[in-house]
Design a binder for this molecule. Structure first.
Ligand SMILES: NC(=O)c1ccc[n+]([C@@H]2O[C@H](COP(=O)([O-])OP(=O)(O)OC[C@H]3O[C@@H](n4cnc5c(N)ncnc54)[C@H](O)[C@@H]3O)[C@@H](O)[C@H]2O)c1
Length: 334
């Protein structure tokens, strides 16, 4: 059995990071969080998990956390995630995602932290010519967000060759859903993720859902994406950490998706079925840079880790997202 080393989760008060915190804690790993709470929430953290409120570029704070908590692994979720914003304000993304990741990696190397897991993204592929997309497909990001993440992957690869340090870059496809026990979920106001937006509309928090593009080369003309349940994704991080510990000389880069796609209209229909309502759909033009279809080839993660997705069902993802949205309404007293 893998010995359970202390893990620092950056961005642990955010959507995906808080699910990773739960997955680690549920599996008995000692876990602490650093988060500056720009888009995260204290309530997303379970009791008993220490939160260092601060920024990942704060070298003195990181050195203290690494030393005091005996950190042996970092799971790095902190970052900025809005693609259109990255086009309007690229330097924000190269700062918060790339430069600050460099600061974090530097602090980890200086403290002798041997393992690092990084939240990367399918946006590193840009518009792939072939879908499902494998990890070896060309990495040609079409926006600063994707490039800011690819640059961090590159730093990690170089650092792993120079130091006693291995890493795993996980390239997420479309992350959705919420903790099955509704302990955390996606809480950001004004989120742009389709399933989140659709359940907000179903609960009357939005008037309608915009469908961007109806003339894609897909069966119903709307964009097709690979939706992965956030708790399955969080579990993949824990398994990846075990693998990094088991094979210290090896680093990994793996897609995280189910390898199946659903169109925008299929997702909205699923939300209608689960909620027994009909969401108002507003057909609009395509957004720049949206591929017809983006589906992961997930053979590598399945061959490398004992990863058994538990929630690979669109209806289940929607149910969990909906339960969290209701809970969020209670929490906020709205
Ligand atoms: N949501 C998706 O579908 C998706 C897809 C691919 C990759 N990712 C990646 O997953 C990671 C987590 O995304 P999320 O959806 O949970 O976003 P999120 O905004 O909910 O979480 C990010 C967290 O990081 C914190 N943070 C941001 N900058 C920080 C800094 N400089 N120092 C300390 N804390 C900071 C925020 O307060 C927040 O709690 C991101 O790196 C994102 O790029 C997300």
């Amino acid at each position: 059995m893998t010995s359970k080393i202390p893990v620092l989760v950056t961005g642990g008060a955010g959507y995906i990071g808080s699910h990773a915190v739960l997955a680690l804690k549920d599996a008995g790993w000692p876990v602490v969080v650093i988060d500056n709470l720009t888009t995260g929430f204290r309530f997303a953290l379970p009791e008993g998990v220490p939160l260092y409120e601060g920024d990942i570029e704060d070298a003195a704070l990181l050195a203290r956390i690494f030393r005091e908590e005996g950190i042996q692994a970092v799971m790095h979720f902190a970052g900025s995630i809005i693609v259109p914003e990255s086009v309007e304000n690229p330097l924000k993304y190269y700062h918060n995602n790339t430069a600050k990741s460099r600061a974090l990696i530097d602090a980890a190397v200086k403290a002798g932290v041997p393992h690092f897991i990084f939240s990367s993204t399918a946006a590193t592929y840009g518009i792939p010519e072939v879908s499902p997309v494998t990890e070896d497909s060309p990495k040609l990001p079409i926006n600063p967000y994707g490039m800011s993440k690819l640059m961090t992957e590159t730093m990690l690869a170089d650092v792993s060759r120079a130091h006693d340090f291995n890493y795993c870059a996980l390239r997420y496809f479309n992350v959705a859903g919420a903790d099955p026990q509704a302990r955390t979920g996606q809480s950001t106001a004004g989120a742009t993720h389709l399933i989140k937006v659709a359940v907000e509309a179903a609960l009357g928090k939005r008037e309608h859902v915009a469908v961007f593009g109806t003339d894609f080369d897909t069966p119903d003309g709307t964009g097709v994406r690979d939706y992965i349940h956030v708790s399955d994704l969080a579990n993949a991080h824990v398994l990846a950490l075990e693998q990094l510990i088991a094979a210290p000389g090896e680093s990994l880069t793996m897609n995280c998706g189910y390898g199946q796609g659903f169109s925008v209209l299929e997702v909205l229909d699923a939300v209608d079925r689960v909620t027994n309502r009909t969401i108002d759909r507003r057909m609009q033009g395509r957004r720049a840079g949206d591929p017809d279809s983006l589906i992961s080839d997930n053979r590598r993660i399945k061959a490398t880790l004992p990863w058994q997705p538990k929630y690979a069902d669109l209806g289940t993802i929607v149910e969990h997202a909906l339960a969290w949205e209701r809970r969020l309404t209670e929490l906020r007293g709205a």
